[in-house]
Design a protein around this ligand. Structure first.
Ligand SMILES: [Zn+2]
Length: 96
Protein backbone atom coordinates (compact mmCIF):
# COMPACT_ATOMS: atom_id res chain seq x y z
CA UNK A 1 0.00 0.00 0.00
CA UNK A 2 2.71 2.49 0.99
CA UNK A 3 4.66 1.58 -2.14
CA UNK A 4 1.63 2.37 -4.32
CA UNK A 5 1.17 5.73 -2.59
CA UNK A 6 4.87 6.60 -3.04
CA UNK A 7 4.67 5.60 -6.71
CA UNK A 8 1.63 7.86 -7.23
CA UNK A 9 3.29 10.75 -5.40
CA UNK A 10 6.46 10.36 -7.50
CA UNK A 11 4.41 10.38 -10.72
CA UNK A 12 2.50 13.51 -9.65
CA UNK A 13 5.72 15.25 -8.59
CA UNK A 14 7.32 14.46 -11.96
CA UNK A 15 4.24 15.84 -13.75
CA UNK A 16 4.31 18.99 -11.59
CA UNK A 17 8.03 19.52 -12.29
CA UNK A 18 7.44 19.08 -16.05
CA UNK A 19 4.57 21.61 -15.94
CA UNK A 20 6.69 24.13 -13.99
CA UNK A 21 9.54 23.74 -16.50
CA UNK A 22 7.12 24.33 -19.39
CA UNK A 23 5.62 27.40 -17.67
CA UNK A 24 9.14 28.72 -17.06
CA UNK A 25 10.10 28.21 -20.73
CA UNK A 26 6.92 30.04 -21.75
CA UNK A 27 7.76 32.93 -19.38
CA UNK A 28 4.68 32.38 -17.22
CA UNK A 29 6.78 31.78 -14.09
CA UNK A 30 10.33 32.80 -13.24
CA UNK A 31 12.89 30.23 -12.20
CA UNK A 32 15.71 31.14 -9.84
CA UNK A 33 18.55 28.96 -8.56
CA UNK A 34 18.39 28.76 -4.74
CA UNK A 35 21.35 28.93 -2.37
CA UNK A 36 21.62 25.13 -2.16
CA UNK A 37 21.33 24.66 -5.90
CA UNK A 38 17.61 23.90 -6.03
CA UNK A 39 15.42 25.54 -8.67
CA UNK A 40 12.79 27.87 -7.24
CA UNK A 41 9.75 28.92 -9.29
CA UNK A 42 7.81 32.15 -8.75
CA UNK A 43 4.77 33.61 -10.43
CA UNK A 44 5.86 36.84 -12.10
CA UNK A 45 3.92 39.95 -13.10
CA UNK A 46 6.45 41.08 -15.71
CA UNK A 47 8.66 39.31 -18.20
CA UNK A 48 11.99 39.92 -16.50
CA UNK A 49 15.01 38.07 -15.13
CA UNK A 50 15.10 40.31 -12.06
CA UNK A 51 12.60 40.34 -9.23
CA UNK A 52 11.48 42.07 -6.08
CA UNK A 53 10.30 39.25 -3.82
CA UNK A 54 8.17 39.63 -0.70
CA UNK A 55 9.50 37.52 2.15
CA UNK A 56 6.08 37.49 3.83
CA UNK A 57 3.66 36.44 1.08
CA UNK A 58 6.04 35.33 -1.70
CA UNK A 59 4.73 37.88 -4.23
CA UNK A 60 7.29 38.50 -7.02
CA UNK A 61 7.43 41.56 -9.27
CA UNK A 62 9.68 41.62 -12.32
CA UNK A 63 11.91 44.69 -12.63
CA UNK A 64 14.20 46.05 -15.33
CA UNK A 65 17.78 46.72 -14.25
CA UNK A 66 19.66 47.74 -17.42
CA UNK A 67 22.54 49.41 -15.53
CA UNK A 68 23.17 46.26 -13.48
CA UNK A 69 23.02 44.10 -16.62
CA UNK A 70 25.60 46.33 -18.35
CA UNK A 71 27.80 46.26 -15.25
CA UNK A 72 27.55 42.44 -14.96
CA UNK A 73 28.43 41.95 -18.66
CA UNK A 74 31.39 44.32 -18.38
CA UNK A 75 32.63 42.65 -15.19
CA UNK A 76 32.26 39.18 -16.71
CA UNK A 77 34.09 40.26 -19.90
CA UNK A 78 36.98 41.67 -17.86
CA UNK A 79 37.38 38.21 -16.27
CA UNK A 80 37.16 36.42 -19.62
CA UNK A 81 33.63 35.07 -19.16
CA UNK A 82 31.22 34.76 -22.08
CA UNK A 83 27.58 33.69 -22.48
CA UNK A 84 26.80 35.61 -19.30
CA UNK A 85 23.37 35.49 -17.71
CA UNK A 86 22.55 37.30 -14.50
CA UNK A 87 19.57 37.05 -12.18
CA UNK A 88 18.96 39.63 -9.46
CA UNK A 89 16.52 38.93 -6.68
CA UNK A 90 15.81 41.71 -4.16
CA UNK A 91 13.85 40.63 -1.09
CA UNK A 92 11.76 42.69 1.28
CA UNK A 93 8.15 43.13 2.35
CA UNK A 94 5.48 44.24 -0.09
CA UNK A 95 2.73 46.77 0.67
CA UNK A 96 0.00 44.10 0.84
ZN1 LIG B 1 3.83 40.44 0.52
Amino acid sequence: MERAILHTLRERLTTLCDQLKALSEDGEVASVRGESGEVLYRACELDSCHHLVCGSCGRAVGVDLPDIEDCARSLARSHGFSDVCQVVEISGSCAS
